[in-house]
Structure formats: structure tokens, C-alpha cells
Design a protein around this ligand. Structure first.
Ligand code: FAD
Ligand code: DHB
Length: 386
């Protein structure tokens, strides 16, 4: 088998890259180790920056997103028994965000690719990447009981944090990491959202987030311990914590059947550089942010937007300049998002060993962000991803 670009991983990074390359007339093969059903059922992000929406338009898969995505011009920050509206659109030069599930993006991209008859293989095993130091890299894998070798010009590791591509160049990477002493328990609920726009709530019992997926589906999160067993969180306990942490006089939380429940740990991680020879890393394979800033999916999309442009320039004119600059270009945005996500996380969560001093600093920061135009503007610019 031969292709121009071998893409490992069919998450948002791999699928968007394949879509952008196809739109530019560049061939690729996407290899995914899970099944289609598994990848399409994995519930994750929901907030898209304007730039992510534009990339999906360029990849030709934004029709349903435009029909069903919900445009938001603001978010709410809640603390000390009050809910404060942050008018993102007004503060960030008219930019908005769109609420549309990552799962839906993945479904749209897979359906589009398969409808065009383009190569996307699920349930591949034992993927390994080779010879990216030279001019003729290749990827080996097993599919339906047969070993294959895929020769290519470029290998892109879009295989997430636990993939095989980053470890393949571990010796040339420098990594930076923080773990947080808490996690998020998320539920998907068959009930209309209780708030028109997202609510990020800081509360003495811990953080809570009210989000949504559609006019009839809510997506809610509560801070929990990082290693918590989901069995310790029956629905009643989740609802009780959500009610207490988001309570406001004259407002109530819409409840309904819980359709899905899961716990996510939180970490910050960056591997530098994001390329070595003809192997490029994109998305969670290269960096992780804690979810509080809603940046993970958007960073993954940004990486592959930069890489697609660089590959187009290289194939058209042989000019390597953009490809050589890929890691530096991406890392500037990655580190901005790392800082913003760390800052939002630190400001909004309850830290297990925080004392009164730490708590008062958090409250002071939250008051400042909601009272100062300049501070709110900074939050807004980072959140919408200028
Ligand atoms: P992934 O989605 O992890 O995709 C990698 C793919 O590679 C997977 O399909 C995996 O099965 C496959 N793979 C792995 N190993 C191999 C292998 N050896 N061979 C072949 N395939 C392999 N981000 C936001 O922007 N906004 C949010 O609101 C947000 N909320 C989140 C909420 C939660 C609960 C979680 C968990 C994450 C959230 N994120 C959010 C982060 C976002 O989901 C990720 O950053 C995003 O999925 C990254 O996409 P990716 O394609 O790089 O990686
Ligand atoms: C969602 C996830 C996030 O991490 C976030 O900051 C906002 C919303 C969501 O899943 O809807």
C-alpha cells in the first residue's frame, strides 16, 4: 500500500486533517485502532471556537454543524452565591463559540469520508511507525488478520495521549507536565439545559459546570477526586452535588434520565518539538490541557489546520519552510492555551489542601474577572481563541 500522508488515529485531529488534505487534492490513509461504533460513542468536548468551525467548513463537513450547532455569545461565572454573565462576543470583537458535540463532528467526518470511498480503517492492531528520519517512511499494522506495510511521504501521529507515535520519538522530545489533584465526573442527561449559556461554578464543595448538547440534552460536570470510582457516584449523589454547587434563588436545575456517566482525570502536558524528520504529532498526541478552558479539541483542530497548509505548500512547490516551522507555529498557541487552561482550572476548582488564604485569593480573582473590563476581555479573548 502507498499513500502520500499516513494518519494514525481517527479522533478529531486525524479526521479533520484527512478532510483538509482531501479538499486540497492530497491523498491520505487513516488508521484507527478502535471500532467505528466506539469512536462515535465517545462523549467528550462540546465547545468550538470560530477557527475550528472554519476548518470544518474548509473540510466540507459543516452542514449539520450549521443546522444543529448552538451559537453562544457568552458564558457565566458563578461564585459566592451569584452568577455573573461574561459577554464574550461583546468583549472579543464579535467572535462567538458554537456548542456542538465532538462526537457529532467525528460522526460527520467519518460519514463523509466513507461516502467518498476514501481509506479509513478501523480496528487496526499493532501499529508501528518507521524510517521517518529518511525520505521513505512507512507504517506497519495488522488489519483483519493480515499484516500490512503502508509506504508514504509523511506520517502524522494523531493518536491521542496514549498512542504509539509520541513514544516513537521519545528520545528527541522534552516534556512538561502537571497533574491536578481532582477530576471531573460528567453526565449526559435527557433534559433541556437549565441555563441558556454555560455556567462555570466555583463552590466550597467543588467546581461544577452546566453545559449542553441540544435543546433537549444537558451535559453536566462536577469536580471529584482524580482516582474516584464511578460506582461511588450514583445518580442521586451527582444531582445533589450539582444542585448544591449551582444553587441560586429563583432558579432550578432541570433533571432527567442520565444517559452516560464517566470520570476524566486532569493534566497539563506538552511535548516539544511536535515533529521529527517526517513524523509530525498533532492534538492530544502532543499536548493535553485540563478541560476547564474548553481548549483540547480546538488546539487539535488548530494543529492540523497549520499542518494541512504546510503540506499543501510543500506538495505544490517543494517549499519546506512552513513544514519546518510547524512545531514552533503550533507551540505558540499551545502554550497560550496551556496557560489559560491552567489559570481557569486553578481559579475555579477547590484544591484539597487549600487553606483560607488560597480560597480568598480565588474569590478575589473571580470578582476581578467579573468586575474589570480589561480582565473580562482577557478571559473572553482566550476563551473564544482569537
Ligand atoms: P483523540 O480524540 O484522543 O483521538 C485519538 C485517536 O487515536 C483515538 O480515536 C484513538 O482510539 C486512536 N488511537 C490511539 N492509539 C492508536 C494506535 N496505536 N493506532 C491507531 N489509532 C490509535 N476539548 C475542547 O476543545 N473543548 C471541550 O469542551 C472539551 N471538553 C472535554 C471534556 C472531556 C470530558 C474530555 C475527556 C475532553 C475534553 N476536551 C475538550 C478535550 C478533547 O476531547 C481532546 O483534546 C480531543 O479529543 C483531541 O483530539 P485528538 O484527535 O487529538 O485525540
Ligand atoms: C464542555 C466541556 C468543557 O471542558 C468546557 O470547558 C465546556 C463545555 C462540554 O462538554 O460541553
Amino acid at each position: 500500500m502507498r499513500t502520500q500522508v499516513a494518519i494514525v488515529g481517527a479522533g478529531p485531529a486525524g479526521l479533520i486533517l484527512a478532510g483538509l488534505l482531501h479538499a486540497a487534492g492530497i491523498e491520505s490513509v487513516v488508521l484507527e485502532d478502535r471500532s467505528r461504533a466506539y469512536v462515535e460513542a465517545r462523549i467528550r468536548a462540546g465547545v468550538l471556537e470560530h477557527g475550528t468551525v472554519e476548518l470544518l467548513e474548509r473540510a466540507g463537513v459543516a452542514d449539520r454543524l450549521h443546522r444543529e450547532g448552538i451559537v453562544h455569545g457568552g458564558i457565566n461565572l458563578q461564585f459566592d452565591g451569584e452568577r455573573h454573565h461574561v459577554p464574550l462576543q461583546e468583549l472579543a470583537g464579535g467572535r462567538t463559540i458554537v456548542v456542538y458535540g465532538q462526537t457529532e463532528i467525528v460522526k460527520d467526518l467519518i460519514a463523509d469520508r466513507l461516502a467518498r470511498g476514501l481509506p479509513l480503517l478501523f480496528e487496526v492492531d499493532d501499529v508501528s511507525v518507521h524510517d521517518f528520519d529518511g525520505d521513505a517512511p512507512f507504517v506497519c499494522f495488522e488489519h483483519e488478520g493480515t499484516r500490512h506495510r503502508l509506504d508514504c511521504d509523511i506520517v502524522v501521529g494523531c493518536d491521542g495521549f496514549h498512542g504509539v507515535c509520541r513514544p516513537a520519538i521519545a528520545e528527541v522530545l522534552r516534556t512538561f507536565e502537571r497533574e491536578y489533584p481532582f477530576g471531573w465526573l460528567g453526565i449526559l442527561v435527557d433534559a433541556p439545559p437549565s441555563s441558556e449559556e454555560l455556567v462555570y461554578a466555583h463552590h466550597p464543595r467543588g467546581f461544577a459546570l452546566l453545559s449542553l448538547r441540544s435543546p433537549t440534552r444537558s451535559r453536566l460536570y462536577v469536580q471529584c477526586a482524580p482516582d474516584e470510582d464511578v460506582a461511588e457516584w450514583p445518580d442521586d449523589r451527582v444531582w445533589e452535588e450539582l444542585r448544591v454547587r449551582t444553587a441560586l434563588p429563583g432558579w432550578s436545575l432541570n433533571e432527567g434520565p442520565v444517559l452516560e456517566k464517566g470520570i476524566t482525570g486532569m493534566r497539563s502536558f506538552v511535548a516539544e518539538p511536535m515533529q521529527h524528520g517526517r513524523l509530525f504529532l498533532a492534538g492530544d498526541a502532543a499536548h493535553i490541557v485540563p478541560p476547564t478552558g474548553a481548549k483540547g479539541l480546538n488546539l487539535a483542530a488548530h494543529d492540523v489546520g497549520v499542518l494541512a497548509d504546510a503540506l499543501v505548500a510543500w506538495y505544490r512547490s517543494g517549499d519546506r519552510e512552513q513544514l519546518d516551522a510547524y512545531s514552533d507555529t503550533c507551540l505558540r498557541r499551545v502554550w497560550r492555551a496551556e496557560h489559560f487552561s491552567w489559570w481557569m482550572t486553578s481559579m475555579l476548582h477547590r484544591h484539597p489542601d487549600a487553606d483560607g488564604f488560597d480560597e480568598r485569593l480565588q474569590l478575589s480573582q473571580l470578582r476581578y474577572v467579573t468586575a474589570s473590563h480589561a480582565a473580562a476581555q482577557s478571559l473572553a479573548e482566550n476563551y473564544v481563541g482569537l
